[in-house]
Ligand binder design. Sequence first.
Ligand SMILES: *Cc1c(COP(=O)(O)O)cnc(C)c1O
Length: 433
Amino acid sequence: MNLKKSAAAFDRAKNFMPGGVNSPVRSYLSVDCNPPFIARAQGSKIFDIDGNIYVDYVGSWGPMILGHANPKVVDALKKSVERGTSYGAPTELETQLAELVQKIFPSMKVLRMVNSGTEATMSALRLARGFTGRDKIVKFVGCYHGHSDGLLVNAGSGAATFGEPSSPGVTRGTAQDTIALPYNDIDAVEKIFEECGEKIAAVIVEPVAGNMGLVLPKENFLPKLREVTQKFGALLIFDEVMCGFRVALGGAQEKYKITPDLTCLGKIIGGGLPCAAYGGREDIMRNVSPDGKVYQAGTLSGNPLAMTAGIETLKILIDTPNFTENITKKTSALVDGLKLVAKKFSVSAQIHQAGSMFGIFFSANDVTNYEESAAANQNIFKKWFIEMLEQGIYLAPSQFETLFMSAAHNEEDIQKTLAAAEVAFKKISSELE
Ligand SMILES: *Cc1c(COP(=O)(O)O)cnc(C)c1O
């Protein structure tokens, strides 16, 4: 595969941007190769500036559930752009999108649009603190909720009560209000609540975790989180920025029948434009400014282009019969095929699926939390990634990322992917001997 133009473009980009990118994972650091630079995308395919064509399972990291450049979304955007790109004033579009979101996520009685998942979780946590009058929050190691200071925190050593900054620039003071616990470990959650439950404002969780690879919640984890938070008067925040609209149309809360107090959405809600939202119980949400005193604002929030792309996307999700069922079946066909190929070549792999999300760990053991995810074989992952890329299959360049099926992927894409996987697994297994 020729990536000459991409390599030159990458060199130029590095002069101007850290790592040549505007979000770190795009630099392909963990797979030791240069990223293709993208020229355009259509349906299930993405095209680089060197003329290579790939079947895309990154989908812009989740948003492109309809595939790229869906004609209905593109048409609506063309019309919208002619009417001006931003007003900083109320529009009917915002209410329309809010209504659609509420139809799909009935727990979001009142909601606020923001521009990124980072903003949604940051604002939801501020609101939880404002509402409860408490300072501490609980998060889980390996869950990613965006890059606000209080969420860039790992478990501290020793008595896990105080978190440690996971990035320079996050103050110890900030980190100390975040308690980081292992995912799926309900005993650790109950213990911390017994110790200091009256100080905890909220538990924030990816109810299906997609940022340590794809890790599913154990059977009792979410119901117990609901129970414990309720008992101690802390809020339960579902960060469904990734799993919303994917594990079920109404997200993990629909699939697992748990009602969180607040929900964060992003990615799909903007149909490929920058948009996210937080919302939930009315008595909590009415504390947001200007109804209440918890401040939060945004110059471009509720932007008409983003609202338009979101509205068109959610309408298609709602109006297409069996949308989620079909995309889930397609994902299962690929995942089942990959499992067979792994078995055929005796490569130890854990292949997980939740709706239209899927992921692969090169490990002989179950993966239920970050520690187990990090123990998977990253060298094999790297080989797998490169072998697939060279055959025109565009996967996320890190085992800690999730892969996404779109409505635009067809049988041919899946067969092509499985044929490429045969070649990749064969090579891996011969090197393992
Ligand atoms: C992507 C993601 C975020 C952050 O969203 P951005 O729009 O990148 O700020 C937050 N939470 C989860 C679960 C995500 O997957």
